[in-house]
Design a protein around this ligand. Structure first.
Ligand code: MGD
Ligand code: MGD
Ligand code: SF4
Ligand code: MO
Length: 735
């Protein structure tokens, strides 16, 4: 990357010059290890290079960790890895801060006294695992194995999930479905017969027009996408940004549409109206691949820009012009599907509208649009079959949410509270801070009080760990191996995580915990491998890969295949009609709108502001604040308030204020950022702050938590997602 595009990259990531300089200093205590190596062909004395993968988020960028004199020195992107292309995002670069994190758990701990009182005794691994195994056996005897549920986020959970399945439960969920991608995956699958996936199947690199609807790329830092976005902007890609807040991406846009929150479906319907009415859609594509287009055409006839204007606040002419802009570049136009899509409750229909707009422009399966993903086929480890259970998963009794295609985390929580369809008595929680990631903490606490066992596997004493009976300290990603990673992507490849340094205290990796606990539960036959490398070698060799070579390079690639029509890929739609469903018979049969309609979001009570939230480039949810390198970049979050509102109520930049929500919940104090960059009826904060676990000494009560204030959620009737955007706050002056 030349210096111009590097500057551009940093600019797009939303850094000021000062922050960019700081990020560069994060980039290397000493610069240029790669360069030194390039010149001589080998590394200088004392420098060691170990390929691995980043785990500061679950995007899994391929990385290279450097040791100097045996000590962790720095981490960079692996140039052979298609996800990082040799560069990590600022969070990944700061990942080396996880090892010396002073809030790390050092040994297993068991709670003494009341749940949540945070009084602990340190125990040995033997004692901790005996305690967990005894409780799990009791739950199995008294209620059946299905009464043990697991919450897990990221690839690190692989071995513990395997252990829970071997024990006999399929009640395993992640907050990345019902609190994140669920509506998008379901909306796209109903329309195209396939999901968007992760990494998202968007060919931003070759796109000529990118439409971002509340998808704040540049603050949302998923590395590959941000790199492609920077590259495409540099190549003249035009963009349209729809956001009630002037995001970093809005600053790069040709059209910025400051929409009234929760009204995006109205805008999408009006855009489709314009594109159909003006005959701007891809007629050949729609005729060839579309199903139910005539009904769709008749349906969108009513949604004029004039109809949408009072709903969305976007002027009819701007709706028309932005629609024409999209059509001008089609099919290399992407209406980005977003990722965190659980906003207002009727979200699957909003994402179906996004899918349909893409369909009109013919972007699915086209260069610069949505590509057909491919994957390196590596057989699973040849484990014995899991025990069969007569009971179906507890999260969605009687198929209440007919289109839920994954286990609902909040559904498992409901079952734990109600005992329906059967009691849930144990939770194993791996790498997910449920107190921050699930809405309505009171319900989470109510569920926890019904448990006979709550085990948390974490690296720090997170808020959910604070409520556990037993907390098991995991080695951080730089200290462990993890399973092979073969994502669905533009080209088939595999990467994997390997150990770079030893754990400083008595922390253990997930696979070790799973195997030892499995053995104590009488599940030895499910752990036939001796150690993790034995397991990884077996898997790699079963696909004909040289494990030692993979270990040395960190990446192995398969043969490229065509990924879009232009390259010769065939368009295939796994819908009931075998076509793109402009009209969905599946939805009609289940009693839902077969073509999307607009449903207005809840209105704010007088004197209240809608609470919005999002990401910051240097943090991942609630998991990076105790990392000193990243904390120094952003120690607390701020509350964005429209400057006129701030003036009216007498708030200044830098003042601290608390917030009270519609249910009377009061937040920690948060610093005010008075700005013109946000609509007056909303306030905004970055998610992940305001933690109240006393074990988190470095982050305790720093900033405010959106999660605390999200006591209300509107459930998506199609798939059970929890829309979080209908919470309202007012200023609480008692600080
Ligand atoms: N640095 C960093 N990057 C991350 C993550 C992280 O933790 N840190 N997390 C990753 C994950 S798992 C996810 S799911 C993604 C989430 O990132 P995105 O998919 O981009 O989505 P959101 O977080 O919902 O988007 C927040 C944006 O939507 C705007 N918004 C709020 N309400 C509305 C509305 O009604 N209409 C419109 N049009 N806009 C609205 C907000 O102002 C804000 O700019 O980020 C990913 N990337
Ligand atoms: N209010 C609100 N709720 C949200 C969101 C939001 O923006 N606002 N976003 C939603 C979205 S998009 C998503 S994807 C989810 C994300 O939800 P989560 O995945 O639950 O995210 P985190 O809060 O970061 O929790 C991660 C936990 O893993 C721990 N951890 C970190 N590294 C390791 C490790 O190596 N091993 C182990 N065992 N543990 C580790 C961290 O200490 C932390 O406790 O949250 C959803 N919920
Ligand atoms: S996107 Fe950033 S934090 Fe996530 S894996 Fe890649 S480098 Fe790490
Ligand atoms: Mo997410």
């Amino acid at each position: 990357m030349n210096s111009l595009s590097r500057r551009r990259f940093l600019k797009i990531t939303g850094f000021s010059i000062g922050a960019a300089a700081a990020a560069t200093s994060l980039n290397g205590v000493v610069k240029g290890a790669n360069k030194i190596q390039d010149k001589t062909g080998q590394l200088p004395k004392g420098i060691q290079k170990i390929p691995t993968t980043c785990d500061i988020c679950f995007w899994q960028c391929g990385a290279i960790a450097y040791l100097r004199d045996g000590k962790l020195w720095k981490i960079e992107g692996n140039p052979d890895d298609p996800l990082s292309n040799g560069r990590l995002c600022p969070r990944g670069t700061g990942g080396i801060g996880t090892v010396p994190d002073t809030d790390r758990l050092r040994a297993p701990i068991i709670r003494k006294g009341e749940r949540g009182n945070e009084k602990w005794v340190e125990v040995t691994w033997g004692e901790a695992l005996d305690y967990v195994a005894a409780k799990m056996k009791k739950i199995k005897t008294e209620y059946g194995p299905e009464s043990m549920a697991m919450f897990s986020h990221g690839i690190g959970g692989t071995f513990l999930k395997h252990m829970v399945k071997a024990y006999g439960s399929k009640n395993i969920a992640a907050p990345s479905f019902a609190q994140c991608r669920g509506p998008r995956d379901v909306g796209f699958e109903l329309t195209f017969g396939d999901i968007v996936g992760s990494p998202e199947r968007v060919d931003i690199k070759n796109s000529k027009c990118l439409v971002l609807i509340g998808s704040h790329l540049g603050e949302n830092m998923h590395n590959t996408q941000v790199q492609e976005y920077a590259h495409a902007i540099e190549n003249g890609m035009t963009s349209i940004v729809v956001d009630p807040r002037f995001s970093v991406a809005a600053g790069k846009a040709k059209h910025y549409l400051p929409i009234k929150p929760g009204t995006d479906t109205a805008l999408l319907l009006a855009w489709m109206h314009v594109i159909v009415k003006e005959g701007l859609y891809d007629k050949e594509y729609v005729t060839k691949h579309g199903f139910g287009f005539e009904q769709f055409k008749a349906h969108v006839n009513q949604y004029t820009p004039e109809w949408a204007y009072p709903i969305t606040g976007i002027e009819p002419e701007q709706i028309r012009e932005s629609a024409r802009e999209m059509a001008k570049h089609a099919p290399a136009t992407i209406i980005h599907p977003g990722r965190h899509t659980t906003w207002y409750g009727n979200d699957t229909q909003r994402l179906r509208s996004v899918a349909l707009l893409n369909a009109l422009l013919g972007s699915w399966g086209r260069k610069g649009g949505y590509y057909y993903q491919t994957k390196l086929d590596i057989p699973a480890y040849p484990y014995p079959e899991y025990p069969h259970s007569e009971k179906s998963a507890a999260d969605n009794p009687d198929g209440k949410y007919p289109f839920a295609s994954s286990t609902l985390s909040t559904g498992l929580r409901d079952a734990t509270i109600s005992g329906n369809p059967y009691p849930i008595k144990g939770w194993m929680v791996y790498a997910t801070n449920l107190m921050q990631s699930l809405p309505n903490r009171d319900e989470t606490l109510k569920a926890i009080q019904n448990l006979d066992l709550l085990v948390v596997v974490d690296v720090v004493g997170s808020e959910i760990a604070g409520y556990a009976d037993v907390v098991l300290p995991e080695s951080v990603y730089l200290e462990r191996f993890d399973d092979l990673n073969t994502p669905m992507f533009k080209e088939p490849f595999v990467t994997f995580r390997q150990k770079v340094v030893d754990s400083p205290s008595d922390q253990k990796p997930n696979y070790w915990i799973a195997k030892k606990l499995g053995e104590k539960l009488g599940l030895k036959k499910y752990f036939p491998w001796n150690d993790i490398e034995d397991y990884l070698r077996t898997r790699a060799e079963s696909a004909g890969l040289d494990y030692d070579e993979l270990k040395r390079t960190g990446v192995a690639k398969g043969v490229k295949v065509p990924i879009n029509e232009e390259e010769g890929a065939e368009q295939v739609f796994y819908t009931p009609s075998g076509k793109i469903e402009f009209y969905s018979s599946q939805l009609a049969e289940a009693g839902f709108d077969p073509i999307p309609t607009f449903e207005a979001p809840d209105e704010a009570p007088a004197g209240y502001f809608r609470l919005l939230y999002g990401r910051a480039p240097v943090h991942t949810f609630s998991k990076t604040q105790s990392n000193k390198l990243l904390r120094e970049q952003m120690p607390e979050n701020e509350l964005w308030v429209n400057v006129n509102v701030a003036n009216r109520v007498g708030l200044k930049n830098g003042d601290y204020i608390k917030l009270k929500n519609q249910d009377g919940t009061i937040s920690n104090k948060i610093k005010v950022k008075a700005t013109e960059r946000i609509r007056p009826e909303v306030v905004y904060m970055v998610h992940g702050f305001g933690q109240r676990s006393k074990m988190m000494k470095s982050t305790y009560m720093k900033g405010a938590s959106d999660s605390y204030l999200l006591s209300k959620y509107n459930t998506d009737p199609l798939m059970g997602g929890t829309g979080l955007g209908n919470n309202f706050v007012t200023f609480e002056w008692e600080v």
